[in-house]
Ligand binder design. Sequence first.
Ligand code: ATP
Length: 267
Amino acid sequence: MRNMSNIPLSSARISALCGSAAREIVIDVVTETGSTNADLLARVEQLPPRQCLLALSQTAGRGRSGRSWLSSSEGSLTFSLAWKFRRPLHQLLGLPLAVGVALAETMASFDIAAQLKWPNDVLLDGKKLAGVLIESTAARDQGVWAIIGIGLNVTMPDALAVQIGQPAAQMDGAVTQDRALLLARLLDALAVAMNLFEDQGFAAFQSRWNALHAHQGKAVVIVDQGKTLHEGVACGVDANGLLLLEGSAGRITVMAGDVSLRAVAEH
Ligand code: ATP
């Protein structure tokens, strides 16, 4: 097999592999940076309406609530997509879930049976394969910039697995040989998904998300900094992307905010 590091991960090659949906995305590649989300946020008003920044090495990847996303230059894809929406901020609530749908469906096209963990993770065999962190800011003229950060484990070098210190997934098969092709397919799917989200909001993704739900019908707890807030059976998401939880007092909806979902067995 060809060594993955020999296949160029250049903006020219990624652009050439993109289909028509992603053609409008300007793609930049940097050798190393702290956080691609931070870089795009810092120059948001100078960006074209759709900009992708890929870091070959990301040294301070961000997760939610100050957590870290760890990666390796040889086996990860770490990139951010800046997308300017006409929708107001409160209508972007379901955006991380719509992004998850685009990621998992792209995985399926490579025969990888990824599933979604509410609100913002992509799982494979119950382990994290990808994380999504969206940071948003009001545009100076009108609308909202969403900086969609994505970290994906293509392969998992031993040193990275040790650093993460908890089970993490990686991909298998031919897809791991060409990260430029994988990124181009992801950008195609994301561009289609973001245009649909702009037009119809999360409602257009609800049934697709629910079809990929890793915890459907399972007992889960919702925790905030180690404290249990709710427990019940996960029943998918509503048209806004809120989690539906069937508990002893009936069905409730849970907002993502800062909370985390844990399967009861792993709690
Ligand atoms: P959870 O919902 O599990 O509480 P989260 O979705 O809030 O977590 P994120 O902020 O999305 O978590 O991701 C950060 C967390 O993911 C880190 O705290 C770490 O445990 C884990 N992690 C970091 N890097 C990786 C990686 N490359 N692969 C898998 N897991 C990772």
